[in-house]
Design a protein around this ligand. Structure first.
Ligand SMILES: Nc1ncnc2c1ncn2[C@@H]1O[C@H](COP(=O)(O)OP(=O)(O)OP(=O)(O)O)[C@@H](O)[C@H]1O
Length: 249
């Protein structure tokens, strides 16, 4: 049987600093992001949202606990193997796109494929396909400075999708956008993930952004303290069946 495409965090902790001064960014997180599921991570500043995303994505190694992807504990892989895994299996969208300013949209979006050794022409063709699907036909040769913030985020989404990742990680993807553009970007992002069956993990401060996701988890002091499905909001933010109440975590 092939390994599951769930992404699973088991009792993940992350502590920064030295023995004299430590910060506990994650204090024991258990989380399963099921294949094809979209999860929003919310919580106050400093509650550990970005650290959780980085641990799930293999960017940061947990202090203890494990993150398992396709049956493999990724925290214990050597650095080179984790880097390779991030390139092949994961896509990333950041707050301000982090596009390369000197490259046209199509080359920005093609980068993950080129980094994997795909030839330029083939990579750019795939990138143009994604740019078209995300509503950027005719803008393929524009540089990031010639695009609106929302259009630039679509290029970043095309770049995240182009190598067919199993999981897309987005850290405040609408943080630099006005409400309308932010809403459109989340619609595009969740739609793109759904169309390929990729899972999506989105860190956000914005309830409306979170409402695009299938599940919203709330963090405080490095722990998951709440969980609800946005469509249950009208029913008092009910816990998901099987999830222990916040006090039990
Ligand atoms: N590289 C680091 N070195 C030391 N401490 C860190 C580091 N990264 C994060 N922290 C600390 O870990 C805690 C959690 O940080 P994190 O960035 O995960 O929170 P967050 O919920 O994403 O915050 P924000 O909403 O402000 O982005 C904070 O106290 C932060 O200061």
């Amino acid at each position: 049987m092939p390994p599951t495409r769930d992404l699973v965090a088991h009792a993940v902790t992350k502590t920064y600093g030295s023995a004299s001064s430590t910060t506990t960014a994650l204090a024991g997180v258990d989380l399963t992001v099921r294949a094809g599921e979209s999860v929003a991570v919310m919580g106050p500043s400093g509650s550990g949202k970005s650290t959780l995303l980085h641990c799930l994505a293999g960017v940061v190694r947990p202090t203890s606990g494990e993150v398992v992807w396709r049956g493999r504990p990724i925290g214990s892989l050597p650095d080179a193997a984790r880097t390779a895994l991030r390139r092949t299996d994961f896509g990333f969208v950041f707050q301000s796109g982090q596009l390369l300013p000197e490259l046209p949209a199509e080359e920005n979006a093609a980068l993950p494929l080129m980094l994997r050794g795909v030839g330029r022409a083939e990579a750019v063709t795939a990138a143009r396909g994604w740019l078209g699907r995300l509503g950027l036909q005719g803008m393929e040769s524009r540089r990031p400075g010639e695009l609106s913030g929302g259009q630039a985020q679509r290029v970043a989404i095309a770049r995240a999708m182009v190598a067919s990742p199993g999981v897309i990680f987005a850290d405040e993807p609408t943080g630099a956008l006005d409400q309308t553009s932010g809403r459109e970007v989340l619609e595009v992002l969740t739609g793109a993930a759904r169309s390929t069956g990729a899972s999506l993990v989105v860190v956000t401060h914005d309830e409306q952004v979170a409402a695009w996701c299938g599940r919203v988890i709330g963090m405080r002091d490095g722990r998951i303290v709440s969980e609800h499905r946005p469509d249950e909001r009208g029913h008092g933010q009910a816990s998901v069946a099987g999830a222990p109440p916040a006090t039990a975590r």
